[in-house]
Ligand binder design. Structure first.
Ligand code: BGC
Length: 758
């Protein structure tokens, strides 16, 4: 629906403009009937459509049935952007059917600690995966004309005190880790909207931060869409408008009143309000055509229900990660005698709690699906109850009896729904105590034990995994997860999920352990860029399962890494190609992972960083060459003094493998870059002068002069011990020493000469 937004803007009163930049109820923008401005609907998201019926629009509670795809923890584990795009397209179709014009997702915050209650809604501890899969989902949804809301911008990596806490970090950490995924998704996929987070970044609310909302997002990354607040995230509405936040959600009385008062008082420039109104009108008119005719019954059409359930099953079967498979116990033969234990087998935990909770169109459970494949003789005992009630002793005894009578046991364990949710964090990463007791008893009774896990973020396995021959990390697999799990257990599909988060041996090993969850309103990100595998690798910590890990029923070989570099500076391009071969007996998928190791003379950098990945499907014996092209940013870090991306000259290593700790091929390339040097100023130290190319030249000149006038000074410069001691002394202080006799003005002249001589 094309409209002359500026013409409309000029006809709106101040009160109408202030009202337009605040929602109507929980889920709608505000209509202005006298000017023909319609309303549109925004709904959660992200792994399904949570459209609430008109009489239940209260934020929580019921919604129309929609396909519940695997949440981001599962979708991310596929490492497959093309698959994510297909899920996005299906979400787009269901949004249209349910009269939703903007779907509130994807969420791409970084999983810094496994404790974060909302990790299930996020993709990874690595910003490349989060950004690429987030971008793919956006492309898919927006291919249907439906808008998206990339969230939660930014640094919303814990739930504790999320409405107020300040995420305190240096700019390099923000740019390289917590903003990097957003940057990628914005530049690659142009989401219609971005949702500003509840928390503060370095003391400033994300909804009121001009640096975050305007300078970085709009001016640097070129974002042209609308900025919406998370629901209830606005603290000071006029400050938010001034910072660049367009739409406050949900409806508030205080918001418009504050805007009108601030414009009247002259403390808020009406031009800032006009910019916000323009963005709201543009969003509305870009999406209003998608509205179904009045009176249309809102429901996902039955063909879509079938088709999307099948897609949800496909994604789930690609998402589960086979952590361990001793002696190839999996896949099981359908003819074997099998006992299934664990309440989750018939009552699946398939999504997380909070605003993303979808009312599924159907729900498969693994027990029924396993019996469909292996027949009704598959025995079952619940072993525990979901709420911890019941006689644990009796439940365990029954389970042990069932386990003892079978050849193989498949034990379904996991976190109960109340253990992880939006709004709060976990306190530990252990499985519930009753499940650990059950596990120990069942393992005693039957050594052929396969454990299937259901959890939204890493759980500790190091204290029990010895008792299990195989572990299938099922994460949360959405409404069709039961069938997908059965398919993997019996080899109908070959597992190909890979970890997007490290499974640590214990919580204490995690980089955020000492900071989490902060105090007095502040959370330090003192681990800096060393998050996830970047941390475990830097500290050389053993982990249970590394980032990128995942087994298959076949095996793959990597060979023939070839590397070449061309161009320089911003045009730098490094081409890498490697051949992957399926050396086993069944078809399967490998996830080829490319890491860069760029040693630095200037700053401490992670040992290896993921810079490319590709899923390859191969028949037995088949080979495929996989190519990657890396550019300037893949080698850069954010220079803390120059405040820009920066590549150091010299050699870098390119590593290709099947996990961050399973590198199969490696090689080196030389980079050609010509970066600016940090300019000298009055506070620059002697050591900085001696490292600075212009500073070296100027100092050499000064020394030559001094050689004739003051030979003692030359001796001083040649005394290495003295130089090491004086190295940290700013030049300005040195020249003040008695007998040096150089004025500030002369120093300024030398500084200018040195900076010009680079
Ligand atoms: C969540 C958002 C969600 C919004 C609307 C907030 O509490 O943080 O992710 O989109 O509510 O339900």
């Amino acid at each position: 629906m094309a409209k002359d937004v500026d013409a409309l803007l000029s006809q709106l009163t101040l009160e109408e403009k202030a009202a337009l930049v605040t929602g109507d109820g929980f889920w709608h923008t505000r209509a202005v009937e006298r000017l023909g401005i319609p309303a549109i609907t925004l709904s959660d998201g992200p792994h399904g459509v949570r459209r609430q019926p008109a009489d239940q629009e209260n934020g929580i509670g019921g919604s129309y049935p929609a396909t519940c795809f695997p949440p981001a923890v599962g979708l991310g584990s596929t490492w497959d952007a093309e698959l994510a795009e297909r899920v996005g397209a299906a979400l787009g179709d269901e949004s249209i059917a349910l009269d939703v014009q903007v779907l509130l997702g994807p969420g791409i915050n970084i999983k810094r600690s496994p404790l974060c209650g909302r990790n299930f809604e996020y993709f990874s501890e690595d910003p490349l995966i989060a950004g690429e899969l987030g971008a793919a989902l956006i492309r898919g949804i927006q291919s249907k004309g439906v808008g998206t809301s990339l969230k939660h911008y930014a640094a919303n990596s814990q739930e504790t005190d999320r409405f107020r806490v300040s995420a305190d970090m240096d700019e390099r950490t923000a740019r390289e880790i917590y903003l990097a995924g957003f940057e990628r998704a914005v530049k690659d996929a142009a989401p219609a909207t971005i949702m500003a987070a509840y928390n503060k970044l370095n003391g400033v609310y994300a909804t009121e931060d001009p640096w975050l909302l305007t300078q970085v997002l709009r001016d640097e990354w070129g974002f042209e869409g609308l900025l919406v607040s998370d629901w209830g995230a606005v603290n000071d509405r006029d400050a938010a408008v001034a910072a660049g936040l367009d739409l406050e959600m949900p409806e508030s009385e205080a918001g418009p009143a504050a805007i009108v008062a601030a414009v009247r008082a002259g403390s808020l420039d009406e031009a800032s309000l006009d910019a916000a109104v323009r963005n709201v009108l543009k969003l509305v008119f870009d999406h209003a055509d998608l509205k179904p005719a009045d009176g249309t019954t809102l429901a996902v059409p039955s063909e879509q229900v079938e088709e999307h359930h099948a897609l949800a099953r496909e994604v789930a079967s690609r998402a589960a990660v086979l952590l361990k498979n001793d002696g190839g116990i999996l896949p099981l033969s359908p003819d074997a005698s099998i006992a299934v234990i664990g309440e989750f087998a018939r009552n699946p935990r398939y999504q997380g709690a909070g605003s993303s909770q979808i009312e599924p169109t159907r729900l498969d459970d693994a027990l029924t699906e396993m019996r469909k494949i292996a027949g009704p003789d598959v025995t079952f005992a619940p072993g525990f109850t979901l709420d911890g009630s019941g006689d644990a002793g009796a439940l365990t005894r029954d389970a042990v009896a069932v386990a003892s009578a079978a050849e193989f046991v498949v034990l379904f364990l996991g976190l109960p729904s109340a253990a992880e949710s939006e709004g709060y964090d976990r306190e530990h990463i252990d499985l519930p105590a009753d499940q650990l007791t059950l596990l120990a008893e069942v393992a005693q009774a039957n050594a052929n034990l396969v454990v299937v896990l259901s959890n939204g973020s890493a759980v500790r396995v190091s204290n029990w995994e010895g008792g299990a021959r195989a572990i299938l990390e099922g994460w949360l697999l959405g409404q069709a997860g039961g069938g997908a799990t059965a398919d993997i257990l019996f080899g109908v599909t070959n597992p190909s999920g890979r970890l997007t988060e490290t499974i640590p041996e214990k919580l204490e090993d995690n980089s955020a352990y000492l900071d989490y969850p902060g105090r007095d309103g502040h959370l330090s990100y003192g681990d800096g860029v060393f998050v996830g595998y970047r941390w475990y690798d830097a500290r050389e910590l053993p982990v249970s399962y590394p980032f990128g890990h995942g087994l298959s029923y076949t095996s793959f070989e990597f060979s023939g890494l070839s590397l070449s570099a061309e161009g320089a500076d911003a045009d730098l391009a490094v081409h890498a190609s490697v051949t992957v071969t399926n050396t086993g007996n069944v078809a399967g998928r490998e996830v080829v992972q490319l890491y860069v190791s760029a040693p630095s003379a200037e700053v401490r950098r992670p040992q290896n960083e993921l810079r490319g990945f590709r899923v390859v499907a191969l028949e037995p014996g088949e080979s495929r060459e996989v190519g990657f092209t890396l550019g300037y940013r893949d080698f850069a870090y954010f220079h803390p003094v120059l405040e820009r991306w920066y590549v150091e000259n010299g050699g870098v290593d390119i590593l290709v493998g099947a996990s961050s700790r399973d590198i199969r091929e490696r090689g080196s390339v030389e980079l050609r870059v010509n970066e600016p040097v940090v300019p000298l100023d009055r506070q620059s130290s002697l050591a900085e002068w001696m490292k600075h190319p212009g500073g070296q030249k100027v100092l050499a000149g000064v020394m030559q002069q001094a050689a004739t006038q003051n030979p003692e000074a030359v001796g001083m410069f040649q005394n290495q011990e003295l130089m090491a001691m004086m190295g940290s002394m700013p030049m300005r202080r040195i020249v003040r020493f008695p007998g040096v006799g150089i004025s500030d003005e002369v120093v300024d002249g030398l500084i200018a000469q040195a900076n010009a001589a680079v």
